[in-house]
Design a binder for this molecule. Structure first.
Ligand code: NAD
Length: 340
């Protein structure tokens, strides 16, 4: 099959591309190597995803990406340095390829920066996503997997969070853009028969995790003997999901879409295991064999108190089956972190 993956050089995207290529599929990766975090990390992600671990000589961003594009091109993989906000640029790509299904992961992620740059989040996460759906309409592409987020639940008081819960009360611009994506996606499903699964990922971690996310940030700072910023009293809690389990959920969503029609579904992909900030930190300290030096700070705006996924629907509908307990996942993450 020919899959178009957006954001295929990011954390989740690079793991997905790797898995799709291993299964013998063809992948078109669209990524603009945005400045949310260092582009060199995304170049390394891309090289790992296509199993090319050559020593890459970094110079400047534009040249590096040009080199990466020519180095990575093969019969079953092509990388486009392309912004999803640019519809004409996207259209040229759609003209050049037969696309069976799109997995849309490109986005400005991160809750806190969205409070500082809400308009940019709106442009990328809403307009950029609509550009893809407009092209689905024009090019007759009928299958679409879209990254949503657990953040749409806001400070939902009912635990665990189920897809049937009301999500009308997001508490960050990021969360609101993801909810808009779910609603607009339904419009394209309804009007143009685009079969779609919206996946609400619950805090994803593992090798290649984004450096801005707490597990990665804490691991780095503790191993360097630096102070860690610790927000709140440590009682906030997250349903952390290991990357392999997320990839299992995405690939099962793809299979479901390929064998069913008239589909519009929203699915939680979590581990269904709630870990407090205190427990998360203690697990990292134990695994690293080092203690953290905490700088206590107040809770930050936009941060929710707790996330916890009810994954019954994903289990029943697509056979989603997460298997990685937090202690094991952190062990694998720390091993990767110390090796890199
Ligand atoms: N990591 C998590 O815990 C988590 C949780 C919930 C939802 N999500 C969602 O999953 C998706 C992937 O997240 P991730 O953690 O891998 O993030 P990431 O930042 O590592 O990956 C996103 C990729 O999209 C690309 N991108 C950003 N803006 C773009 C644009 N305008 N045009 C083209 N490409 C662009 C980036 O360069 C990056 O490579 C995102 O949609 C995110 O909102 C992630």
């Amino acid at each position: 099959m020919n899959y178009l993956v957006t954001g295929g050089s990011g954390f989740i995207g690079s793991h997905l591309v790797e898995q799709l290529l291993k299964k013998g599929h063809s992948v078109i990766n669209i990524d603009n190597f945005d400045n949310f975090y260092n582009y060199q990390i995304k170049i390394k992600n891309t090289l790992e995803s296509i199993d090319k671990n050559s020593d890459f000589e970094f110079s400047d961003k534009e040249n590096d990406i040009k080199n990466l594009i020519s180095l990575s091109k093969s019969d079953n993989y092509v990388l486009y340095y392309q912004d999803i906000r640019d519809k004409n640029g996207l259209e040229d790509i759609f003209k050049n390829h037969k696309i069976d299904l799109i997995i849309h992961l490109a986005a400005l992620a991160g809750v806190r920066p969205s409070i500082e740059r809400p308009l940019e989040y709106e442009e990328v996460n809403i307009r950029g996503t609509m550009n893809l759906w407009e092209l689905c309409k024009d090019f007759g592409i009928k299958k679409f997997v879209c990254a949503s987020s657990s953040s749409v639940y806001g400070n939902n008081e009912k635990i665990p969070f189920a897809e049937t819960d009301n999500v009308d009360n997001p508490i960050s611009p990021y969360a609101a853009t993801k909810k808009c994506g779910e609603i607009l996606g339904h419009v394209y499903h309804q009007l143009y028969n685009v079969d779609m699964i919206q996946l609400r990922f619950f805090t994803v971690y593992g090798p290649r995790q984004r450096p801005d996310l707490a597990i990665h940030k804490f691991t780095k700072l503790i191993s360097e003997g630096q102070e860690i910023p610790f927000y709140g009293d440590g009682s906030t809690a997250r349903d952390y999901t290991y990357i392999e389990d997320i990839i299992d959920g995405i690939t099962k969503s793809i299979s479901y879409l390929e064998s069913n029609s008239k589909v519009y579904e929203i699915l939680n992909l979590g581990e269904s295991e709630v870990i407090t900030l205190n427990e998360m930190l203690a697990t990292i300290e134990k695994t690293l064999g080092k203690s953290a030096n905490k700088k206590m700070l107040p809770m930050q705006a936009g941060d929710v108190q707790k996330t916890n996924a009810d994954i019954t629907k994903a289990k029943t509908l697509i056979g989603y089956k997460p298997t990685t307990h937090f202690q094991n996942g952190i062990k694998k993450f720390v091993e990767w972190f110390l090796r890199k």
